[in-house]
Design a protein around this ligand. Structure first.
Ligand SMILES: *Cc1c(COP(=O)(O)O)cnc(C)c1O
Length: 386
């Protein structure tokens, strides 16, 4: 067809030759996805992962990322969300309705606690909090209307490691689903499905990205019917992820285990150094005996990663420990973890928890990929400022 320049700017006859192959996944940007004909459009199903209907429901880039994440975690279905928190919200909205009950560990990721409060206040769902060390005792808390038990292994500030298999077993016996926030382990140090979880959720924002440059979440399942319930909520919520971000996560995956193991080794070195310091009362790192649930970590985990907390000796005031945090130069003051840079964050833990015994100030460290000897030197000079 003859085209004016204006139309030629939009429509082109050129088609790139077939047969291109390379290691990186292609980055497919799309809102509109084209159907070859009307019949294909009419038979198109948004749920179908073998076909394309609309950018929101999947592109080769997002389908590839979903499949790879499921494979890494040992699951079979993945749904991508625009953040880790969006993934959490989707799980609750998919599985809970007015009159239902959800159980959350008292050390749960704080925005998940906030979501529980919201559901309780405005949506007729009861959200109750349990001692993260409850183990099989969770059975006594499960009511006929309990639909979901959230778990986190370990808690991402106070670091308690739960007896996850015991919680999962007790919930399963009562027909209640267990969701695991497995962000700390990146699906590497803890195999969520092996421990008995029904749903494994990740903030891909952390290790999968590895660059501290994007936000994304994933919800992984093994059960087709359960995935369909979640996928329905995913569609209704209108969740999508950007093609460039999906590509960046795909780009991060090949190096994730190497990065994770380096974070782990560096963090253990820094934690061991801090443990020997008189200013520190407790090192809350699952690989250390001070940490509640250390024995479960030894039994269930194959590694640790870069995140842990310390509790200062109670003789130091918050003003003093704030001075310590401000004096650090290699540790940025900021939330999140999993990127190359070390981070530090002081928490007012007593205000976050129903019960907390320690009097000293809790400071969380994310040990990055810097040389741990430099990090230790930095910590040493900052401790001098207490
Ligand atoms: C970071 C994080 C989330 C939320 O992820 P975002 O992408 O920041 O929303 C959820 N759970 C845990 C344990 C996290 O560390």
């Amino acid at each position: 067809m003859k085209k004016s320049v204006q139309t030629a700017l939009i429509h082109s006859d050129y088609v790139a030759p077939e047969g291109f192959a390379a290691f990186p996944t292609g980055i497919h940007h799309a809102s509109t996805v084209l159907f070859p004909n009307v019949a294909a459009m009419r038979s198109g199903q948004w749920k179908d992962k073998n076909a394309y209907t609309y950018g929101l429901h999947g592109t080769p880039t997002t389908f590839t990322l979903e499949a790879r994440l499921a494979e890494i975690e040992g699951g079979s279905h993945t749904l991508l969300a625009p953040s880790g928190l969006a993934a959490i919200t989707m799980i609750d909205l998919a599985l809970l309705k007015s009159g239902d009950d959800v159980l959350l560990p008292d050390n749960v990721y704080n925005p998940n606690r906030e979501l529980g409060r919201w559901l309780s206040q405005d949506f007729g769902v009861s959200a109750r909090f349990y001692d993260p060390m409850i183990g099989s005792g969770i059975a006594d808390l499960i009511q006929p209307n309990t639909r979901l038990v959230w778990t986190e292994a370990p808690g991402s500030v106070s670091m308690e490691v739960p007896d996850l298999p015991a919680i999962c077993k007790a919930a399963k016996e009562k027909g209640v689903l267990v969701a695991l926030d497995n962000t700390w382990s990146a699906g590497l140090a803890l195999r969520g499905f092996d421990a008995g979880a029904d749903i494994v959720m990740h903030a891909l924002t952390k290790y999968q990205s590895g660059g501290a440059d994007l936000l994304m979440g994933a919800v992984i399942t093994r059960d087709k019917a359960l995935n369909e319930r979640l996928a329905q909520a995913h569609m209704r919520l209108g969740y999508g992820v950007g093609a460039d971000d999906a590509y960046l996560v795909l780009r991060g995956l090949p190096t994730m285990k190497l990065r994770f193991e380096t974070h782990d080794a560096n963090a253990r070195r820094v934690a061991a150094w801090l443990k020997a310091r008189p200013e520190i009362a407790r090192v809350l790192h699952p690989a250390f005996e001070d940490c509640p649930g250390h024995a479960f970590w030894k039994r269930d985990f194959s590694g640790a990663g870069g995140l842990f907390s310390v509790v200062f000796d109670p003789r130091y005031s918050e003003e003093q420990t704030d001075r310590f945090v401000d004096a650090l130069s290699l540790f940025g003051i900021g939330y999140s973890w999993g990127g190359p840079n070390s981070l530090v964050m002081p928490y007012r833990i007593k205000a976050m928890r129903r019960q907390w015994a320690d009097e000293g100030v809790l400071v969380r460290l994310n040990v990055g990929l810097e040389d741990p000897a430099d990090l230790i030197r930095d910590l040493e000079q900052a401790l001098g400022r207490l």
